[in-house]
Write a protein that binds this ligand. Structure first.
Ligand SMILES: [Zn+2]
Length: 449
């Protein structure tokens, strides 16, 4: 099946171009004509850009977004938040997960993400026993992605321990835990399940240095090709626990004990020395930044000026899914740097637009980390966003992304995921049905809190 889109301005892989006609065949871009004229049957838009992937999500956490913002301890921290997160994780049922995830993925599409990296660790039944189908929960998430129409890179998580040095998992982690054998089976089942879904990819996700031993990490990384995602150096307690265990900081240990390369996506990587930053840059790994979650959880500020300023790869993840906003993730990333450095346009990458630099770099980083191909180029997936210029006629292509990211609520007008229109006039095409199910299920989930 072939369709065509004519855009007055399009952000191609080599920059903005005028009067661009894009041909889409079977979900991919099969033709790009610059300086074209529109033809009958074209969808005509004002501005067209690629759509980045969201490289880090825990879908079930969308169910308690906004419900942990009251102080429950003398000092609330990431670790007290984690207790509440475990309460939700311990009770959510497979059909509830699918409904919550469908709502979440719909919101991601409306925000401009067309692929999700689902870092999935909620594997087993509430008592920790595997479901009859080991991949039951993974299949529910894949089902949700199909309902919403988002492309998925499924990252089944390997989780075996409660802390550094192979400590036993705690009761709240019972649903997460696999042996290496059961994890290998889970990967195979997940690959089978996703093989029938357009654009589906599978990667490997050793949860963190807290949750895997060094032998297990090597085994998981050696299981096959595909992206490797891992939480690392998110919290200072994690850094000090790692030093107590090994004498090294988390990234320092990882770089010394694993062949970290461009297959890897280091989620957060918040707390780093200059030496660690240099090693990450040299490795070619993508840093998975989750600015809204990192702010919400009080993680710390990533050294964006150093890593991004030196050309390091990065992408954006919504992680805890506290709020789904690609624009706000990018502005928060820049603002965290401004607040710390008392400076402006820190991540502009030269004299150009800060928003455009952040956006284009996030597109490239998410493609690398999720095995996607989001840039507008022939052969790539036709995953694109359009913006309606009539909403703000003073905005031109040079100011479009800055206006969206820093200035206005006006978001994507239309979103294509693998060639299919999933958002029109800013609204998901199946929003009514998906959100009605979500509202019903949330009543049950919240009643259990
Ligand atoms: Zn995470």
């Amino acid at each position: 099946m072939t369709s065509t889109v004519f855009s007055h301005h399009a952000l191609l892989s080599d920059g903005w171009a005028s009067s661009v006609r894009i041909t889409i065949s079977h979900g991919s871009i099969s033709g790009i004509e610059k300086g074209a004229v529109s033809s009958e049957g074209d969808v005509v838009v004002d501005f067209l850009t690629p759509a980045p992937g969201n490289l880090h999500s825990h879908a079930f956490q969308r169910a308690f977004s906004g419900l942990t913002e009251r102080r429950g301890n003398p000092v609330d921290t990431f670790w007290t938040w984690r207790e509440i997160m475990y309460r939700c994780a311990l009770t959510i049922q497979p059909d509830e997960l699918e409904v919550v995830a469908a709502q979440l993925y719909m919101e991601m599409l409306e925000a401009g993400f067309t692929r999700v990296g689902e870092f999935h660790y909620l594997h087993h039944d509430t008592d920790g026993r595997p479901y009859g189908n080991l991949a039951e929960m993974a299949e529910r998430l894949i089902g949700a992605s199909v309902q919403a129409g988002i492309s998925m890179t499924m990252l089944p998580c390997f989780y075996a321990h409660g802390n550094f040095g192979g400590a036993d998992p705690v009761a709240g982690q019972a649903r997460f835990v696999n042996s290496l054998d059961s994890y290998a089976s889970l990967i195979e089942l997940t690959k089978n399940a996703i093989s029938t879904v357009d654009g589906g990819e599978v990667g490997y996700a050793p949860h963190s240095l807290r949750a895997v031993s060094s032998e297990e990490l090597a085994a998981v990384v050696g299981m096959g090709s595909g992206p490797i995602h891992m939480h690392v150096s998110e919290q200072m307690k994690e850094v000090s626990d790692c030093i107590s265990w090994s004498g090294q900081r988390p990234i320092e240990w990882l770089m010394a004990n694993a062949d970290v390369d461009d297959r890897w996506c280091l989620i957060h990587a918040t707390h780093q020395t200059e030496e660690e930053l240099a090693m990450v840059l040299k490795s070619g790994a993508v840093v998975g930044l989750c600015p809204l979650t990192e702010g919400n959880l009080g993680d710390g500020v990533f050294a964006g000026q150093t890593h991004i300023g030196k050309g390091g790869a990065f992408g954006i993840g919504s992680d805890s899914n506290i709020r789904i906003s690609l624009a706000q993730e990018l502005s928060q990333l820049e603002y965290s740097q401004r607040l710390q450095l008392q400076n402006r346009n820190v991540l502009a990458g030269g004299e150009g637009s800060t928003g455009e630099n952040l956006f284009c770099r996030a597109v490239a980083g998410s493609g690398q980390a999720l095995n996607g191909s989001p840039a507008l180029a022939i052969g790539n997936e036709a995953s694109m966003i359009s913006f309606n210029g009539k909403a703000a006629p003073w905005v031109n292509r040079g100011t479009l992304l800055d206006s969206w990211i820093f200035g206005m609520d006006q978001g994507p007008d239309r979103v294509w995921a693998r060639g299919k229109v999933v958002v029109a006039e800013g609204r998901h095409t199946d929003r009514d049905r998906i959100s009605a199910s979500f509202q019903k299920v949330m009543k049950t989930i919240v009643a259990r809190f």
